[in-house]
Design a protein around this ligand. Structure first.
Ligand code: FE
Length: 334
């Protein structure tokens, strides 16, 4: 090959391979929970991903940056936070059959504004010593007198409990939901305080027998030497609503209005619902994949199976103001 031909070939190769833009992600999740799945995406596509950890003020930041925002995607947890970015008008709809085929309708926005990637169930942690097999069955039952002085929970005003309360409203109606909240409140062993793990610690310490918590905290407690014995003092029980289903919430992704690297960002969104990414991502935080058939970790599988409530998270978001009002009316936090 002459030098001229070689130069020509080199030039053509350079032209044929278009430069791939990076994808920029604002995440309220710990970057360690996300990095491995981004590395898998980069390995497959050659597209780099830059993660910016935004602890607070995500919406304010996106608003302030407006059309000049470098962010393409936002990753966060809980329907309350997803609803907040919808209401702020800082994200745009994404039409993708890959996403809508992979994600059950209940776990994504009706308007394709946000997409659930993993789920977590809000369940009961039950004392191994003081709660019999089969003693916990339904959410409704938590308001019955048999639990008097035996329940611990974090604040009733926390997003996790407001989403659960929103689900109770969907299943039972507002009046029954108020009675339920008052019943649970009257069964509390102590005023709501601390986070979900603090309630398991209280069970371990003998202050209460059951608590409300998200599933993944079992995995997190087992990871932490100080908390392992708290975790080992309880088991996970999946309550159902009387008419079926265990309450779940999501972690999710949305595309910003600015999205300077839209094509690459869409590729990343679609990668995140692939079987490979679903398994990695769910396993990192002991969550459940949204993609049917994607395997869960051995630890998570060991907690047993459950049927998720199929009430849409959009409906729960719509119930949130009522849920908040009820919690205040029954003076849940005392
Ligand atoms: Fe959490």
């Amino acid at each position: 090959m002459s030098l001229r031909t070689l130069l020509l070939a080199t030039t053509c190769a350079a032209i044929a391979a278009p430069a791939l833009a990076d994808v920029n992600v604002y995440t309220t999740r710990q970057p360690e929970l996300i990095q491995p799945v981004m590395d898998a995406f980069t390995a497959e596509t050659g597209i780099a991903v830059n993660l910016a950890f935004v602890d607070d003020g995500l919406v304010e930041r996106l608003r302030a940056e407006g059309a000049r925002s470098p962010a393409d995607l936002v990753m966060t947890v809980d329907i309350a936070n997803l609803k907040q970015i919808v209401d702020a008008g800082v994200i745009q709809p994404v039409e993708s059959e890959v996403l809508t085929n992979a994600i059950p309708a209940a776990l994504r926005s009706d308007e394709n504004l946000w997409f659930g990637l993993t789920t977590r169930a809000r369940i009961v942690y039950a004392s191994n010593d003081r709660v019999a097999e089969g003693e916990v069955t339904t959410y409704e039952d938590l308001a019955s007198g048999k639990w008097e002085g035996r329940i611990c929970t974090r604040s009733g005003l926390h997003n996790y409990n407001l989403a659960l309360m929103s689900a109770v409203i969907s299943h039972a109606g507002e009046d029954a939901a108020r009675d339920w909240a008052a019943g649970v409140q009257s069964n509390l062993a102590r005023k709501p305080e601390g986070n979900d793990r603090a309630q398991v610690k209280a069970i371990w310490a003998g202050e209460c027998d059951i608590s409300l918590g998200n599933t993944y905290y079992m995995g997190k407690m087992l990871e932490d030497p100080e908390q392992t014995e708290w975790a080992n003092s309880v088991r996970i029980v999946f309550p159902e609503f009387a008419d079926g289903g265990t309450h779940v919430n999501v972690s999710g992704v949305a595309m910003t209005n600015a999205a300077p690297n839209r094509d690459e960002a869409l590729q990343l969104m679609e990668f995140l619902v692939s079987p490979e990414a679903q398994s990695i991502y769910a396993e990192l935080n002991y969550e459940y994949p949204v993609l049917e058939g994607a395997p869960v970790s051995d630890l998570v599988a060991g907690w047993g199976g459950f049927t998720p409530d199929d009430t849409s998270l959009s409906e729960l978001a719509a119930n949130r103001p009522t849920a908040l009002r009820i919690m205040e009316e029954v003076n849940f936090d005392g």
